[in-house]
Design a protein around this ligand. Sequence first.
Ligand code: GLU
Length: 425
Amino acid sequence: MLLEATTPSVDQEINPWESAAHRFDEAAELLRLDDGMRKVLRSPAMELTVNIPVVLDDGRIEVFTGYRVQHSIARGPAKGGIRFAPDVSLDEVRALAAWMTWKCAVANIPFGGGKGGVICEPQLLSESELERITRRYTAEICEFIGPERDVPAPDVNTNEQTMAWIMDTYSMHQRHTVTAVVTGKPLELGGSLGRPEATGRGCLFVTEQALKQLGLDVSRTRVVIQGFGNVGGMAARLMTRRGLKVVAIIEYDGAVYNPHGLNIEELMSHRLETGSICGFPGGEDLDKDQAMLLDCDVLLPAARENVITSANAERIRAKILCEGANGPTTFVADSILAEKKVFVIPDILANAGGVTVSYFEWVQDRQGYFWNEKMVNDRLEEIMVTSFHDVIGYAEKHGVNNRTAAYMLALDRVAYAIKKRGLYA
Ligand code: GLU
């Protein structure tokens, strides 16, 4: 009876804020953080909801709801992407903002955490409608963002064009060009070399460390990737180049499988031509839910939240789970994976490559001095490898799993900053 009363409902399980809060509470308890500090770290520092009127191409006016949440600015300006999707919610943006705080702390870069989102269906909107939504959203959050305050970046369904519009709109309000207000910009507008590949490249670096840790041979490594966009696509490309075998790619409309390894460049061309990865001549089509359960060394979810839940965690057969997406695993699935001894590289470590190169971009913009690609990639590798070993070391020292270790490390760093700064009354 007691068990039944404490078992989370499906709604609780898939609510990202519940997952974030659950992991936070666990780490805070293990760190014996005092009650006051828990309250400070648990609640987002600022939440903004805006309803933005936009004229559509056919002349109609539509009102879109958008959010920007700053979870913490204790270690530096808030940092985090903006996503456009029909199912964006305040709870999701809150969780994503908190994850950014923990991610920046794990990578030890001088940022807090923030996130934004607009409820819309980008696939149904024209380029000029998207531009008007982006510009009006930016105008509404203009007072809250800035190079020293809160620095947005791309996320699901936003890209370097979106960032260029945000930079331009913000700059028009400031009456001068402010490139450091966003990262993930086009190269010609203050972007950084290596930024588009950074999240995927970061996933590669931590996967290599995990393989070493488990004594697995790179050339025999079979990888399954869910998501074939900026993160999954880049990771697939870079991993293949490094000698790993990407045996399956899973997308929203199906999966393709080739036990000998997929030719990623050809699969990208096939998708470009047909609009889908399905029907690829270099592999066989597979049911997407089945593909998640393939026997493999590395499973890399690189799309959205809640793909590994209590419904499939038991049947996952990967040795390593590298979380390229934010929040792909629910907190209920965590304990199932831990029991199965899956080596989890948690999202706040695994996908930190994107925000790390965002940090490099912000530094370059502020200095007006731009680095070559080797410098970006070498420094990224250094941070990813160091962060990996910081987390693994913490896990060993405290006898906890990698996710809990990453949270403990992050909470510890942020709590330290808050304590040192003290509370302004
Ligand atoms: N949206 C990415 C993330 O979730 C990048 C954020 C950034 O670069 O600020 O980590």
